[in-house]
Design a binder for this molecule. Structure first.
Ligand SMILES: [Mn+2]
Length: 455
């Protein structure tokens, strides 16, 4: 783990930012990691009294860069994006100082005005060792030590980018966790590792938990009965549905034991009780990341930023609207089989205008985990200037299939831009090229699958 190298690079990239007395324009990604990165940058620049603006965008593609290039600013800071678009940034903003803090893979060449901080330059893998928010944290720490109060956002970002595997952070993320624990910016408690600790009514946590396998889980009233048999009340002191975070330690233990005793399968027994990471706003980090993601997808990234900065604690309306939308889209796919195409290895959703591009990745993630049998899934949805492509592969395909590579090769034929990782990748392709894209994907999937077979 080469943290020293990352620190050194961070020092260099921080120089122009520290010196800048003119206008700084921050551009960050609109997902949880990007919102955390943007919040860390916002907090630091504010502390230092810098003149700056911030915006969150879906993707740094050519049209966006053209628009950004005419913003009046002396320095552009890109966080959680930029490293994959070096040539275009140089093409559209050649004369301004550019600072990038990112963890995506590098694409393109450097130039004089570029101050680049990317974990890969320090030999660190941006897939699971550090997030965009983490890289931004390293950058901002060179501007002021006071940013350390925001260290937990680097881990929320990592959780948002699914870098926490089986409850464990590794490499730099784990180093950041240890720092955060020392600073009391994160507290760890032993408890039930079920999703929705403080944002879902407890009976619905049981109903929808992927982590456990209660035989009666699909019957909500039986979940309620199960809780009441344990003497757990349904409502909390405010007369709201009780959540896992409302339970006393004693109640939570009792519930954990009952879940283990009643579960069909014993395999997950040891996994459901474990370390829970709680951030200062009392949320568990994974569910906080989910809240930020929903802000971004609903076009309310700034509300997410405010939440990170402690400027608001009320995003319930956004959350509710978000959940409604997801449910509607899931039903749509399940009811309308004309959207679905299945081949030997892959399930495809070709949604056209029926699913918003902001939601297609989430819908695909949910369905690939719960609905499709295929270990590889792709989805397409129309977007403002083309078709958005998302792809996911099951973790058992790690090392067997490289979606980033496959998407890259397909994009060479259809046109457009692609990126991502080996198990989750995305692209933007020209309108109406879904069929061509699919036939290219099929070709390469079959090749890669055959390669693994003959190995
Ligand atoms: Mn990221």
């Amino acid at each position: 783990m080469d943290i020293e190298k990352l620190e050194a690079l961070a020092g260099k990239a921080a120089e122009p930012l520290s010196k800048e007395t003119g206008k700084i324009q921050v551009v960050s990604h609109f997902d949880a990691d990007g919102i955390c990165a943007g919040s860390i940058a916002y907090h630091t620049l504010k502390l230092l009294g810098k003149n700056f603006d911030i915006e969150f965008i879906k993707q740094l593609e050519e049209d966006e860069l053209k628009r950004i290039s005419v913003i009046e600013a002396d320095l552009f800071l890109f966080t959680d994006l930029g490293s994959g678009q070096l040539d275009n940034i140089r093409k559209y903003i050649p004369d301004k100082i550019i600072v990038i803090a990112d963890h995506h893979e590098l694409q393109g060449d450097s130039w004089d005005n570029l101050y680049h901080l990317n974990c890969h330059m320090a030999g660190l893998d941006g897939k699971d060792e550090i997030s965009g928010a983490g890289v931004t944290y390293f950058l901002m720490k060179h501007m002021t030590d006071k940013v350390s109060s925001m260290i937990y956002l680097a881990l929320v970002g990592a959780a948002g980018d699914v870098q926490k595997k089986d409850g464990v952070f590794k490499s730099v993320n784990n180093h950041l966790l240890e720092e955060a624990l020392k600073l009391d910016a994160i507290t760890i408690k032993k408890g039930l590792r079920l999703f929705g600790r403080s944002t879902r009514p407890l009976h619905r946590v049981l109903r929808y938990a992927n982590e456990i396998d209660l035989p009666f889980a699909d019957d909500e009233s039986k979940c309620i009965q199960f809780l009441s048999n344990l003497g757990i009340p349904m409502k909390n002191g405010n007369n709201d549905w009780i959540t896992l975070s409302d339970l006393t330690g004693e109640q939570e233990k009792k519930l954990a034991t009952a879940i283990i005793l009643n579960s069909d399968v014993t395999s997950n027994k040891n996994n459901i009780v474990g370390n829970i990471f709680i951030i200062p706003t009392k949320y568990e980090i994974r569910e906080f990341a989910t809240m930020l993601n929903s802000c971004g997808r609903m076009g309310k990234s700034i509300e997410g930023l405010k939440l990170c900065l402690g400027m608001t604690d009320n995003i319930e309306t956004i959350q509710k609207a978000y959940k409604r939308k997801i449910a509607t889209y899931l039903n749509l796919v399940k009811k309308d089989s004309t959207m679905i195409r299945k081949t030997e290895y892959v399930s495809y959703i070709v949604a056209k205008d029926r699913i918003e591009d902001n939601f297609i990745g989430t819908i695909l993630s949910i369905l690939s985990n719960s609905y499709f049998d295929s270990k590889i899934c792709f989805a397409f949805a129309n977007s403002s200037n083309g078709v958005k492509v998302s792809s996911r592969a099951h973790k058992s395909m790690d090392g067997k299939i490289n979606l980033k590579e496959i998407v890259g090769m397909a994009v060479e034929v259809t046109g457009g831009e692609g990126g991502g990782h080996s198990l989750a990748s995305g692209a933007k392709i020209p309108a109406g090229t879904e069929e061509l894209f699919i036939s290219e994907v099929e070709k390469h999937i079959i090749e890669q699958m055959q390669d693994t077979r003959t190995e």
